[in-house]
Design a protein around this ligand. Structure first.
Ligand code: HPA
Length: 277
């Protein structure tokens, strides 16, 4: 099994510290670790397998720290298909997380809601997705050492870990919705007609990320859960126009709630070492 170069770089720089959990921060989310809990911070420029993010509100670094004495690595900033990257290269960072020892990936994103009663400021655990982006990072020659040609997605947002997340949210009295996430490529926000169609398909939230990472994680048997921060009602559902500024603003307003939930989860989660990893 051959490690990616960035995995070696990470392990060299951190003197072989292996995190058990990885977190990917979505748009407008920037404050995962308290400074005192950070042990290493590595810019994506030094990690040659990582595409460089180009959008405002997404910085690029991989940060190792500890949360309740568990080692956690956090991707501050991720790349999106709409930036023009070859979808294939979105796979590398996820494989690096697997290489360096992560047993669980927590993906976050900003999303628009298709449910009136799930307004901006809500948190939603993703139960499943519809890939309407037209892209797939697994297209191309398959490396059988990494995963199968035809990966199973019947438990793509691992129920074993999602159930624990739901229980922990309940204990904290933190409302946590659950629903299907639909990915559009962007960069435009969806049209009202697209949102109406997505409603018919059973979608609860829409966004422009997460699906590529989740596909790659499942392919390499890295269990994953994902949480959407609802930043707006989707197109056509309210009078206001959609803007990236609103996304960033509302994500920032909800950040503390989300980070608290994730930190409690990191503290309490029990690993299922006999599961599919
Ligand atoms: N659509 C797509 N992506 C988004 C949205 C939305 O309404 N809000 C935040 N990210």
């Amino acid at each position: 099994f051959i490690m990616l170069r960035s995995s070696k770089t990470f392990l060299e720089k951190t003197e072989n510290k292996r995190p058990s959990i990885a977190v990917i921060l979505g748009s407008g989310l920037t404050n995962f670790f308290d400074d005192k809990d950070i042990s290493h911070s590595i810019s994506y420029e030094k990690l040659t397998d990582f595409p460089q993010p180009t959008v405002q509100g997404h910085s690029g670094k991989l940060v190792l720290g500890s949360i309740h004495s568990r080692k956690v690595v956090c991707m501050y900033g991720r790349s999106h298909i709409y930036e023009g990257h070859d979808p294939k290269i979105l796979a590398a960072p996820i494989r690096v997380l697997k290489d360096i020892g992560c047993k669980l990936l927590i993906v976050t994103n900003a999303a628009g809601s298709l449910i009136q009663d799930m307004p901006a400021g809500s948190l939603m655990a993703i139960s499943d997705h519809i890939n309407w982006s037209g892209y797939n990072p697994l297209i191309g020659k398959n490396d059988d050492d990494i995963g199968p040609r035809f990966p199973d997605m019947s438990d793509g947002y691992h129920q074993f870990y999602r159930n624990q997340l739901k229980k922990i949210a309940q204990q904290k009295n933190q409302q946590l919705f659950e629903g299907v996430y639909c990915m559009y490529s962007g960069p435009n926000f969806e049209t009202p007609a697209e949102i109406k169609a997505a409603k018919v398909m059973g979608v609860s939230a829409v966004g422009m990320s997460t699906v590529p990472e989740v596909l790659v994680a499942n392919h390499c048997s890295l269990p994953v859960i994902a949480i959407s921060v609802i930043t707006n009602l989707a197109a056509g559902m309210s009078k206001s126009k959609l803007t990236h500024q609103e996304t960033l603003k509302n994500a920032a307003l909800t950040e503390e709630k989300l980070i608290n939930l994730i930190k409690s989860f990191v503290r309490d989660v029990k690993f299922n070492d006999t599961s599919r990893n």
